[in-house]
Ligand binder design. Structure first.
Ligand code: 1PR
Length: 542
């Protein structure tokens, strides 16, 4: 069977193609409405904004053909914004019309008591039928979600031959998937959901809709609604070493060279694709690649990270983020690429999110200089508008600046257990650019808030003081930033033992914890960390 994927200009669908090919199926693209009727099996991917997806479909004349196909009984699958587009409309884009196959409107998550977007691994189970497994969805499995809008289950009206798998986030219950024979629509990304996601795609492609199971433990089903897990993320700092090879390196407080007595070379901790594969197998919930020298003066098309991503994405089915050099760039031949073009190039290679460091700081400075008015032209705004806020991560590289009292600075200062050189008990966190080499007059709270206003979907919060220290996360810093924004926050820098992950998850509300050295040096594996977290009653995906 050939699997047809609708190509109407939506964002990154590389991972979907990789997953289908990995399962041994051939893929072809549908590029006109006329081709839809002839498809044997059709997948409707949706990335980004409801309005963008539905307006593009309408403009290209796809709506009718797609609606007819979805109702034809031939194998049909919709993913993420794809499931939302099956409804009549969405509060995200009130002017845009959905396909209207199902009645109702897509709503926004409430952010009063939780981070929005909903990013990470959550359960998705059919609760009405515990004797059968549908499309391989099992109650104890976790699937990768990334979205701000959802279809609430309250008042949901579907034809009686459809089953609904539900997901809970905080106090809201929404549609995780809708299915019947030859019809599967998922809010989660099966192509990014590891082994559980591949099993779901395989069940769909092989027509294996229902499988009898010997009665699901209803207690397990209830527990599976426990919701969103805390994520454990592996980070690979990548650069060329002195021999020109691309290596994963790791610094202490951002210094990636060995001490002079030991040769002063760039530390080489392994090859990027191999390490990424290892971390996927160990159970990493995501992998982040940071190009820490931005491969200066390299034409965009030759950026070594593009090959790394393309290769990694072929066999790694969890989200991949790429950072370093996400901004407008000028090739050596003078060709200018906008930040959104640069990001698009990485998405097409297999990245799911881009992370912006220095450029976010410059944009935030402009935002405040401009009386907090948005220009619509920054990298954050343009990438977020085109690919959705969930695709834009802000990487912050802060450095502690000690003060005797909070009044001594105009910046947000907190009491810290990390005393200053003169015994200072307070510190504010100064943002840096260019990999920590240049200090700017803006603090982490100001930066995070400005980036959230510009449309960033997540914060990757490093700490230069803790980086490579193995002394644990800077809890005060993580708490400070988490309390300043609604978007998810990834704690980073300093993990040295499993207990540090437990500590940051229990002492703060952070959504994920990232680490590098502990995993590269095999002090403990991601599996060990997660087992420890589970024993400590922190909800994780095992
Ligand atoms: O400014 O948009 O080009 O992005 C540059 C990116 O490269 C930023 O995300 C910045 O954090 C990163 N970067 C630049 N220089 C370095 C360096 O180390 N010399 N790495 C660097 C930042 C910190 C984390 C590290 C955690 C966890 N490294 O990536 O993985 O601190 O480490 P640990 O668990 O071992 O303590 P732009």
């Amino acid at each position: 069977m050939i699997v047809s994927i609708l190509d109407y200009g939506s964002g990154n669908v590389r991972s979907l193609v990789n997953a289908i090919q990995h399962l041994g199926y051939k893929v072809e693209w549908i590029r006109s409405p006329e081709e839809i009727a002839n498809a044997e099996c059709l997948i409707f991917p949706g990335v980004g904004n409801f309005g963008f997806v539905c307006d593009s479909l309408a403009k290209e004349g796809y709506l009718e053909a797609l609606r007819d196909y979805a109702l034809s009984g031939k194998p049909f699958m919709a993913v993420c914004v794809g499931i939302q587009a099956l409804f009549e409309g969405s509060v995200e884009a009130p002017e845009s019309k959905g396909l209207g196959i199902f009645p109702g409107l897509v709503q926004k998550f409430q952010s009063k008591n939780k981070s929005v977007p909903h990013i990470g691994w959550n359960s998705c189970a059919v609760r009405s039928n515990t004797e059968q497994e549908h499309y391989g969805l099992r109650p104890h499995d976790k699937f990768y979600f990334v979205h701000s809008y959802m279809i609430p289950t309250a008042n949901l009206q579907l034809p009686s031959d459809f089953h609904v798998a539900t997901t809970r986030y905080g106090d809201e219950t929404f549609v995780g998937a809708i299915m019947k024979k030859n019809f599967l629509a998922t809010q989660f990304h099966p192509e990014k959901s590891g082994a559980a996601g591949l099993r779901c795609i395989e069940a769909f492609l092989s027509g294996n809709y229902e499988k009898a199971i010997s009665g699901v433990d209803t207690q397990l089903l209830e527990n599976s609604s426990g919701g969103l897990t805390k994520r454990v993320i592996a980070c690979l700092d990548v650069r060329s070493n002195d021999s020109g090879d691309l290596v994963v390196t790791k610094g202490d407080q951002y210094d990636v060279r060995e001490k002079a007595a030991a040769g002063g070379e760039v530390r080489n901790l392994g090859k990027p694709v191999e390490l990424c594969q290892r971390y996927f197998e160990e159970g990493a919930d995501e992998v982040v690649f940071l190009n820490i020298t931005s491969f200066r003066n390299c034409p965009l098309a030759d950026a070594p990270m593009l090959q790394v991503l393309a290769k990694a994405a072929q066999t790694v089915f969890v989200p991949l983020t790429v950072g370093g050099g996400i901004r407008e760039i000028v090739d050596p031949d003078g060709t200018v690429y906008s930040a959104v073009e640069v990001a698009g190039t990485y998405f097409r290679s297999g990245a799911d999110k881009v992370s912006i460091g220095s450029d976010a700081v410059y944009a935030a400075e402009q935002y405040y200089a401009n009386a907090q008015k948005l220009t619509g032209t920054t990298a954050i705004e343009t990438i977020s508008a085109a690919y959705g806020c969930q695709a834009v991560v802000i990487s912050i590289d802060p450095k502690r600046q000690y003060v005797k009292s909070p009044e001594e600075t105009k910046h947000h200062a907190i009491k810290t257990p990390h005393r200053g050189p003169n015994g200072e008990e307070y510190a504010w966190y100064q943002c840096t650019v260019k990999g920590g080499r240049e200090y700017r007059d803006i603090d982490v709270v100001e930066l995070a808030r400005a980036c959230e206003a510009m449309g960033a979907g997540e914060v990757l919060l490093n700490c230069m003081d803790q980086d490579g220290s193995n002394a644990g996360y800077d809890i005060g810093l993580v708490r400070l930033v988490k309390e300043s924004v609604k978007i998810p926050v990834i704690a980073s820098s300093g993990a040295g033992v499993s207990e540090h992950f437990e500590q940051v998850f229990k002492a703060t509300e952070c959504d994920a914890a990232l680490a590098a050295g502990i995993f590269h040096r095999k002090t403990c594996s991601i599996e060990n960390v997660k087992e420890h977290l589970q024993k400590s009653d922190v909800l994780v995906r095992l």
